[in-house]
Design a protein. Structure first.
Ligand code: E4P
Length: 220
């Protein structure tokens, strides 16, 4: 599973990229707004840090405006993927942009039928939101399973991006379900490293090493 960071914060993106495990970045209008720069500027800076798919979302809600905005965003950098909301006009814009060879990420997906429409429209990525479904007592992970099954049944090329991942178990379960991509906040990525037995084991190894070489005075 590819790992994407779900943030527009440059410090977080640099830290994640330094670990060598970040394949891409997803942003949305809320995440861009937090950083205080225009979207064009912010995503260009993100593209300079991570060499992978960088999603930039349109804010228009009418198809022809979405297409114009998407074309403009796609010109910023070759790695930009145009993010479109899963509404009727979004699907129309997705079909048009896909025909032009512009890669799209259809977002705000909450049902398998919506994901089917996005795939039919040629979406490069579909983004089902796991956490937001869990928030309203629906099983978000079941949606990932269902979309993966439907796409496999018909050989759709659209990649399933598990979004709105809130904790490490969401990441593990998305990978088990067969999601192609998991996008997560920096905090969640950082948590994936943690295991008390790793810390305890390393502590013991280092203590044993220090003790042996201090006692014998031997060189390492
Ligand atoms: C991803 O593309 C979405 O913008 C994001 O994962 C939403 O996450 P949230 O539900 O935690 O805001």
């Amino acid at each position: 599973m590819k790992i994407f960071l779900d943030t527009a914060n440059l410090d977080e993106i640099r830290k994640g990229a330094d670990w060598g495990i970040v394949d891409g970045v997803t942003t949305n209008p809320s995440l861009i707004a937090k950083e205080g720069r225009p979207i064009e500027e912010q995503v260009r800076m993100i593209c300079d840090i991570v060499d992978g798919d960088i999603s930039a979302e349109v804010v228009a809600t009418e198809a022809s405006e979405m297409i114009r905005e998407g074309q403009k965003l796609a010109k910023i950098h070759k790695n930009i993927v145009v993010k479109l909301p899963l509404i009727r006009d979004g699907i129309k814009a997705c079909a048009a942009l896909s025909k032009e060879g512009i890669r799209t990420n259809v977002t705000l997906c909450f049902s398998a039928n919506q994901a089917l429409l996005a795939a039919k429209a040629g979406a490069y990525i579909i983004s089902p939101f796991v956490g937001r479904l869990d928030d309203i007592s629906h099983d978000g992970m079941e949606l990932i399973h269902n979309i993966c099954t439907i796409y496999e049944n018909y050989g759709f090329k659209t990649q399933v991006l598990a979004a709105s991942l809130r904790h490490p178990l969401h990441v593990q379960d998305s990978a088990l379900a067969g999601a192609h991509i998991g996008t997560m906040p920096f905090k969640v990525l950082d948590m994936l490293f943690n295991h008390p037995l790793t810390d305890r084991g390393l502590d013991q190894f280092l203590k044993d090493h220090a003790k042996a070489f201090q006692e014998t005075g031997a060189k390492r």
